[in-house]
Design a protein around this ligand. Structure first.
Ligand code: FES
Ligand code: FES
Length: 403
């Protein structure tokens, strides 16, 4: 079927995919995410939108059979994919049993979270060998409910699993696949909360093979700047110490410096239930004459199917106050694989703004003589995203009230 006709926006790209078993061909703006696409172009409004930051799970759909955040996946990148929304599960046996169990166990009140909750729950019912409460809670940890609490929801899901196994219905293949939304790694040891508490060591992680492409063209770029009450030469010199710089950046770690100007390391990230450790290599060039530098690197998600290529160009110039400096950053990046859902430019810019502020504060403290932290804590864009969300709400409120 063709998506309903509406004016094709300039720059739209063609996408062909299957939604709820039916072929769909449409023209979409590159920035349109899958949730907006199914809701507005296909009128499948059962997919709800809550946070639009990948945190609440209200938008969960099945993407090629795996629960995924429709608010973070670009529709244009879903060409050839099979998408199943809650409407596509109308006649589904497991979804029907879950709906009955949700009613029986009072597992919903307003129902806002329920479509996403059912999509995630169905995945658990199909795959978990038994009604294991810990694994059910882990699998549902990416779906937030504001109304009922989780006791009824967990009870409903467990009752359906127990009932089906009692009827001799075996779990499907894929029981070993991680629980939760795509990219979560929950239950496989890579992304569980306990593994996030400390940056990984090289010995603890499998090797990754990445190639640093010096002249790559990033899919997205943005600029940031920050001021420091330190002389420009001191700031530029500090950037030469890559381990010290990494210690100022939450989630970053350095494993080795195999050659001059080359560093091996990575970044550990967690957004709600979705966790990733990107490991790879970077090349660093610096020009003291212009106080500029470039870091270009590539990394791959340990245990996942995502990869990234990125570059940071920086320039340190004198600030307005004597003895102060301004650091100007230009960041370019390309994300591929399931975690590309977190590459939305608005989201990345919001998070990068807060990350830059944290980095600047840590660097300032270090330059002022404070002892370096033993290891930077993991990057938690969830907390950063909540801050970004609060800032956006404040901006909207100010706009609405004319403030
Ligand atoms: S709306 Fe997609 S995770 Fe919240
Ligand atoms: S039932 Fe209201 S948010 Fe879950």
């Amino acid at each position: 079927m063709n998506a309903p006709l509406r004016q094709v926006p300039e720059g739209a790209v063609a996408v062909a995919l299957t939604v709820n078993g039916r072929p769909v061909a449409a023209q979409v703006e590159p920035r349109t995410h899958l949730a907006d696409f199914v809701r507005e172009d296909l009128n499948l409004t059962g997919t709800h939108l809550g946070c639009e930051h990948g945190v609440c799970g209200a938008c969960t759909v099945l993407l090629d059979g795996e629960p995924a955040r429709a608010c973070l996946a670009f529709a244009a990148t879903c060409g050839g994919a099979c998408v199943t929304t809650i409407e596509g599960l109308d006649g589904d046996e497991v979804a029907g049993e879950l709906r009955a169990a949700f009613n029986r166990e009072h597992a919903l009140q307003c129902g806002f979270c329920t479509p996403g909750m059912l999509v995630s729950a169905r995945d658990l019912v199909l795959r978990l060998p038994e009604a294991d409460e810990r694994r059910v809670r882990l699998g549902l940890s990416g779906n937030l409910c504001r109304c009922t609490g989780y006791v009824g929801i967990v009870r409903a899901v467990m009752s359906v699993i127990a009932d089906r196994r009692a009827r001799g219905i075996a779990p499907q293949d894929g029981a070993a696949r991680a629980l939760g939304p795509v990219g979560a790694h929950a239950g496989d040891g890579v992304g569980e909360g306990k593994a996030v508490s400390a940056p990984p060591t090289a010995a603890a992680l499998p090797p990754v093979a990445v190639e640093v492409v010096e002249d790559f063209i990033p899919a997205h770029t943005f600029a940031q700047s920050f001021s420091l009450a330190q002389p420009p030469d001191a700031v530029f010199a500090a950037f030469a110490d890559v381990r010290a710089v990494a210690a100022c950046l939450p989630g970053a770690f350095v494993e080795a410096e195999p050659a001059p100007g080359t560093v091996a390391g990575g970044l550990k990230v967690q957004i709600g239930p979705v966790a990733a450790t990107f490991r790879g290599q970077a090349r660093i060039t610096r020009d003291p004459a212009t106080r500029t530098g470039r870091i270009v690197g590539a990394g791959a998600d340990v245990g996942g199917r995502s990869s990234t290529q990125g570059e940071v160009r920086y320039r340190v110039r004198p600030g307005q106050d004597p003895g102060s400096a301004v650091v100007e950053l230009t960041v370019g990046y390309t994300l591929k694989g399931p975690l590309a859902q977190f590459g939305r430019p608005g989201l990345v810019r919001d998070i990068a703004g807060r990350l830059t502020a944290l980095f600047a504060a840590n660097l300032e403290a270090r330059l002022a003589g404070a002892p370096a932290p033993a290891a930077a804590p993991p990057l938690n864009p969830f907390a950063l995203a909540l801050g970004a969300l609060a800032a956006r709400l404040a901006r909207w409120r100010a706009r609405l009230t004319g403030g």
